[in-house]
Write a protein that binds this ligand. Sequence first.
Ligand SMILES: [Zn+2]
Ligand SMILES: [Zn+2]
Length: 393
Amino acid sequence: MLSTKHGSLSRPQSTIATTSHPSKRDGGTAKESQRGARKYRAHKGSNRFFLFGLVMTSDDNPLPFLASLAYMVALPVLWFVFVAPFTWRHVSPAPVIVFAYVWLVAASSMCVTAWKDPGVLPRDLDPDPPCTSGGSGDLLDPEDPLAVPLPRVIRVRNGTDLKVKWCDTCGTYRPPRSSHCRVCDNCVENIDHHCTFLNTCIGRRNYFTFFAFLIFSLLACFISIAFCVVQLYLLTRPTTQRLPGGGFGEGKDFGQALKHAPLTAVVFLLSVMVTAPLLTLFGYHVRLVGMNRTTVEQIRINTTKRYGGTEDNASSIGGDEKGQRWWQKASLCPCSKLGVPGKDPNPFALRTVYRNTRSVLCRPNNRSWIDRRGREVIDRRKTNPGWVQPQQQ
Ligand SMILES: [Zn+2]
Ligand SMILES: [Zn+2]
């Protein structure tokens, strides 16, 4: 057993996790023990897996996610029952069909975001990092209680040197822009944030679907609000006025219209309630995408600024936006000069908002490191009978 003060450096001797050929069946008893279990079963993070590892969530409290899912289902159901029939008959079938499509995309994006591997990094890639004690530059034995793992310097684009830290839990040097999620207990590539309402991290592999979820949820809310208003408005039209999709107005005043369709007003209020936070979140992420930043990086920059830090001590990307105009800071202007040394401290930022957006939302979706179909390979090697245990000094 390899063990050091850095905790998770133990490596089981009975099994060695390596890539293996997936077999046709999951489960089994004798064969399972012969071939080794699926790798997702041996995953060390705080995650739950369902459907043979196809669905992956955090091990945290699932109630906020279940509440979000219930809202995502209940609101459209109410809309289809109390708003859609009137809209279909008296306005046009088109809004109902468009709403159904938009809602389906929003719901599927939500499920994919919540249940997909966000980009969890493999563990124990660097089990023995070079260590030193705080003040001196001398290398120390990792077993030494005073040993501190040295950061590794990586040169990235534009010749910028970044320090990457060794993760105490995962036993791996984190790649740039990665961070350890305390809730999921994993290092996640390109982590944006841990989303309580989706019960997962938002990282490299599910950011696109998260962004699609925000856009299509907002669209669904706008359509819902608009046609609730249209229904209440058309109910107040005079009985002689022909409605766009057929039929006539009912000549009610606003109070009578509300009494006639009270649940339309309820759907309207529920839609408005969810639109406000979604719109704020969407606006925030549009700005981040335009700057090629993640939420974690933005929080680090804000924290560094608050404590009077400079670009050099703002973690992997700096915290200085000096020299930028307000529209460059807001990053909504396509001609903003992002990524110019001295202007934007983010070495990953490109020169225009268009390029940043393309870089964040159109990058290839790499494969999951968890390799859920792979099997652990059982180490069946026996000790060489000629090997003699060395004498302890
Ligand atoms: Zn980690
Ligand atoms: Zn997480």
